[in-house]
Design a protein around this ligand. Structure first.
Ligand SMILES: *Cc1c(COP(=O)(O)O)cnc(C)c1O
Length: 387
């Protein structure tokens, strides 16, 4: 029997994350492929969630677009960190992770054959999300040795069919954080071509000294055309809770709401209470979170660079990118398929996150959101294996 799967989803059947995690289990490798922390977030948030379950708050369907308490906290967070005036009533929608919010936004805005432009490499769910919406993805390679946005290439990728610009900064997988100047250039193109921007800011609190995150919706003329997406899983290190949200102008948010209510209908009630508390944590939580992660970044960057990798600066996210050519590998896929056997460590090749494999070929993504002892172990294994 031929596969019952609809043709447009066939190319999304396998994922590099599944392949590499399987390999990690098979050979007992340290898995620096998967991007989730190996320690939980603040204990007090876990307490809020368990107390809510115990006290019967949120155990039945919460309101479709999010608990009012959480929507208030999200609006207050956007004001506190970015000076944005978001309407907690009509300007916020809560969903089952940033993933569902992104999917809802794509399905709400993209029609048959509409083009979605994004920088390449891109986070793997974008490709499948655009296919689900029956859209067409258009990749614009991040350019130069530092993998930065190239505005001329972006401008020339826009056609009359372009509907959405899908942005992600801090950026997965590269670890770049777009500068104000880069964002201003992107904003100018979005305004000139009248595009809607979906801005995936899942890593908004994960940026390192000297590379502050700037939401593109704070730039002149951008709030009214931007859907800004946040992830409680990423901001509070509870990736299994799956609470995400979008903020923006009422017309865009109301379109996202229409689709989202027909996907998971609501997201877990008790976790929404916990996320509402998380967004109101003092500044010290957010600065310590960044400080803790930047120590891990430094540990892995320094170690990989000593081993001879070409390490690109990681300005944000859980990830850093290395060039594997100095180690004698032709490309990242070959490296990632070989190194678990050779050294017992797993990483993710950029080329699996690109339409044109040539774009990401030299690069590999490493996750450093792991305990220092785990990073140390990975480095020691690499040292022994590469010798
Ligand atoms: C993890 C991640 C998401 C998904 O976030 P969830 O809240 O877990 O659904 C979205 N975008 C990027 C870039 C991510 O890395």
């Amino acid at each position: 029997m031929t596969s019952p799967l609809v043709p447009r989803m066939v190319e999304h059947s396998t994922s590099i994350f599944a392949e590499m995690s399987l390999l990690a289990t098979q050979v007992g490798a340290v898995n620096l492929g998967q991007g989730f922390p190996d320690t939980d977030g603040p204990h007090e948030l876990a307490e809020v969630a368990t107390a809510a379950i115990r006290d019967g708050r949120g155990n039945q369907y919460p309101p479709a677009h999010g608990l009012p308490e959480l929507r208030e906290s999200i609006a207050a967070h956007q004001a506190r960190f970015y000076g944005l005036g978001v309407d907690a009533g009509a300007g916020v929608v809560v969903g089952t992770g940033a993933s569902e919010i992104l999917q809802s936004a794509l399905m709400a805005l993209v029609d048959d054959g509409d083009e979605v432009v994004m920088f390449e490499p891109w986070f793997d769910i974008y490709g499948a999300g655009i296919s689900l919406a029956r859209g067409v993805r258009v990749g614009v390679p991040l350019s130069g040795p530092q993998l930065r946005p190239d505005l001329d290439r972006l401008r020339s990728a826009i056609t009359p069919r372009t509907r959405v610009l899908l942005l992600n900064s801090p950026h997965n997988p590269t670890g770049i954080v777009m500068t104000r100047e880069e964002l201003e250039g992107i904003a100018e193109i979005a305004i000139e071509r009248d595009l809607i921007v979906i801005s995936d800011e899942a890593y908004e609190h994960l940026w390192f000294a000297g590379h502050p995150h700037i939401p593109i919706s704070t730039l002149p003329g951008m709030f009214e055309r931007t859907i800004t997406v946040g992830s409680g899983g990423k901001s509070f290190s509870f990736t299994g809770w799956k609470v995400g949200w979008a903020t923006g102008p009422a017309d865009l948010i109301s379109a996202v709401r229409v689709v989202r209510q027909h996907l998971s209908y609501v997201s877990g009630g008790p976790f929404q209470y916990a996320m509402a508390a998380g967004l109101r944590l003092p500044d010290s939580y957010f600065t310590e979170f960044r400080a803790d992660l930047s120590v891990k970044r430094d540990l892995l960057s320094a170690g990989l660079s000593e081993l001879g990798f070409g390490v690109l600066p990681s300005e944000g996210t859980y990830f850093l990118t290395t060039d594997v050519r100095p180690l004698g590998y032709a490309d990242g896929l070959e490296f990632c398929r070989d190194i678990p056997h050779r050294a017992g460590v797993v990483a993710i090749p950029h080329q699996a996150l690109c339409d044109d494999p040539a774009i990401g070929a030299p690069y590999v993504r490493w996750a450093f959101c792991k305990r220092p002892a785990v990073l140390q172990e990975a480095l020691e294994r690499l040292e022994r294996g590469l010798r």
